[in-house]
Design a protein around this ligand. Sequence first.
Ligand SMILES: Cc1cc2nc3c(=O)[nH]c(=O)nc-3n(C[C@H](O)[C@H](O)[C@H](O)COP(=O)(O)O)c2cc1C
Length: 412
Amino acid sequence: MDTAERTLIDPTHFREVMGHYPTGVAVVTGVVDGEPVGMVVGTFSSVSMDPPLVAFMPQVGSRTWDRLTLAPALCVNVLAHDQLELCRTMAVPRPDKFDGVDWVPSTLGAPVLTDAVAHVHCRQQSVVEAGDHWIVLCAVEGMEVTRPATPLLFFQGGYGGFSPAGMAAKADAELITAVRLGDRARPQVERLASRLECEAAALVAISPDELTTAVSAYGGSATMVEPLGQRVPLIPPIGEAYVAGAAPEVVERWLAKVGPNEPGLVECYRSRLAAVAERGVALSMVGPGARSDYQRLHEALAEYASGELTPARERAVRTVLAQTRHFFDELDVLPDETYDVGAVVVPVHGPDGRVAMVLRITQLPAGMPGRVVNGWIEELRTAAGCVERDLVGRGAQQASDYRDWWEADFPM
Ligand SMILES: Cc1cc2nc3c(=O)[nH]c(=O)nc-3n(C[C@H](O)[C@H](O)[C@H](O)COP(=O)(O)O)c2cc1C
């Protein structure tokens, strides 16, 4: 295209519009004359799977690229969300920028930067001139995910991280509001923990997708395993005691997370919700052979709560949850049978009749007769009744403020 045919786009406008398209941040590295060389690129892209090709676009006139192009092999290091300092170091036009940077040579000889998310080992195949940039096409000879963390992103001239949809980290303000409501249950939570010698907690919703542990207490030999403010996903089967008494939109949203390929399972959860709503309690059981599965469930929930989930890890957490649903299958507790109970959860209704929070007891003794388990359920129901009366009285305004805020902020 000659100059006369060109559409004139103001460079600032070009940058402004293109800045609305986020990119990852990678460092392309190589060794030239025995020295490591590297440059930050936001233009790294996958090109072809067969044959495996990737590309990036150095600026024409980049002195770093002029050197790097001499490297026999390259490594593309995909930076993680917590590698902003490394990015800044690598983006400056300085010869000593590898000073103090941790790296090891790849099998092809290019620098592999420590703690990057992924590494792509490649060699230049062709270089195409494209206006004021080069398009460098590289043949991939090896690649690996070294650290499955969330990547560093560049957007509108600033850096940020990634929040998977539906699992987005929420502002702390929501946690504070939830904790204030949960605090109404504190006397009952403390009483339950000391009477039953277990862990007791009140969990409050912070979004249509998450509950949080707003208050907890520990009695007997129970130890703290779930810190306050921990996010608990509303993904079936987790949260059924809350969802069973929630608005129909919340129920449908929860069921939708089962996945479109399992219509039978959706119906199974729907009837279970009806049973939980009718009985006013949800139980999870830990059979003797299921302790390690239960442990996996706890690890998955802790990983969820860490807030560093990538979509791939989110899918892994969901898979663990789906595999552990058998914990939640049992509803009838027979007085003379023995049970290993994982958790007992009862809803606490607000003045508007909707579930405002749930009370939960865990770390209960194993192998207990059903009549003891039924006693726990009664204790929990009594405690929930006390909290409900408190919400109608002193805490009523708080509960309805919370509900207004919740519905206003999370329209569904
Ligand atoms: C987030 C980010 C993305 C960048 N992307 C590119 C890119 O795709 N191509 C490029 O030539 N330079 C890019 N740069 C600039 C170079 O990393 C670096 O500043 C430059 O190579 C240093 O100047 P020099 O090449 O003249 O030595 C980027 C810088 C940052 C911070």
